[in-house]
Design a protein around this ligand. Structure first.
Ligand SMILES: [Zn+2]
Length: 300
């Protein structure tokens, strides 16, 4: 094996170990700031289940595989020069969200009507969260990228995704005290082996120098998939599902919190999270996602 490949594998394993250790600690009760754990409490059931199914080992194996194989585009799978890159043709297909955007939900607006403008959807239904920001539109190109990460376990894009999210969410991160991922129910976590939002949250926390409360929220019951449901059904499906863990209640009082997720579809899940946080006394709740749906019929 060539030395350069060996070096890449070692570096990736080190990086993967850092990510998965943080993820495991966070998912089982830690909060991490700049690599330091701010608090400890162990949820035994989730800890045992996560370890039993080798979540960290799976992610590490995947990282080693990513490093050993030729670098591939995050979207199209074609060969690229470096890990974590997007091929030029695929890059041109990604619709990065630029201003003007809706001040509330962050959806792109067709023209600039001045500061504080909101979209028709937010005029009809004011979101529970304060502001949402996303990097790009959820479409065929970005869907491939997100599925490669979320379900394919490809970790080679995480650093770029976090950088883009930190940039897209600079204004909301500047008003926040800490970051938290949208939680998975533990049964789904066991099946998927990692929480894609928690890994992004940890990376963004390092970039924005904000603490990450990985276990801030818990999903009290497993809900059917949101796939195929309309706006009303999605909201009903997740209503009252989330709660703030008791040990975070004091810190949530008067705080600004950024919720991190991979995709904003109708906003039902993050609104349910925001409701739990505001009920617990949060001053402001923001949402930061990698992609967001902008289809006109999203709220049909
Ligand atoms: Zn809006």
């Amino acid at each position: 094996m060539r030395d350069s490949i060996k070096l890449r594998i070692v570096n990736k394993l080190r990086e993967g170990l850092r990510i998965t250790l943080k993820s495991t600690l966070g998912l089982t009760g830690g909060a991490i700031s700049g690599g330091k754990i701010l608090g400890k409490s162990v949820s035994g059931r989730m800890d045992q289940m996560t370890r039993a199914l080798g979540g960290g080992a799976a992610a590490l194996s995947r990282l080693a595989l990513d490093a050993a194989l030729p670098a591939r585009c995050l979207v199209s799978d074609e060969l690229v020069g470096q890990s974590g890159q997007i091929a030029p043709a695929a890059w041109g297909r990604i619709q990065f969200i630029e201003k003007p955007i809706c001040e509330s939900c962050g959806a792109p607006l067709p023209f600039d009507v001045g500061a504080g403008a909101i979209c028709g959807g937010c005029a009809a239904h004011t979101p529970v969260y304060d502001h949402a920001r996303a990097v790009f539109v959820y479409d065929d190109a970005s869907r491939a990228m997100i599925l490669n990460y979320k379900h394919g376990g490809r970790m080679d894009g995480v650093a770029a995704y976090a950088r883009w999210m930190a940039r897209a969410g600079a204004d909301i991160l500047g008003e926040s005290h800490f970051i938290a991922p949208v939680p998975l129910h533990y049964t789904r976590l066991v099946r998927r082996r990692f929480n894609q939002s928690a890994i992004l949250a940890q990376r963004i926390g390092c970039l924005a120098r904000l603490p990450v409360a990985v276990d801030l929220l818990k999903r009290d019951r497993r809900t059917p998939s949101q796939y195929g449901k309309n706006w009303r059904e999605r909201h009903r499906n997740v209503a009252g599902v989330f709660s703030v863990r008791p040990r975070w209640r004091a810190r949530v009082q008067g705080a600004g919190v950024v919720l991190v997720d991979d995709v904003l579809t109708t906003g039902a899940t993050v609104e349910a999270c925001a409701k739990a946080l505001k009920s617990a006394g949060a001053r402001a709740v923001f949402v930061l996602t990698l992609a967001r749906v902008v289809a006109p019929g999203a709220r049909a």
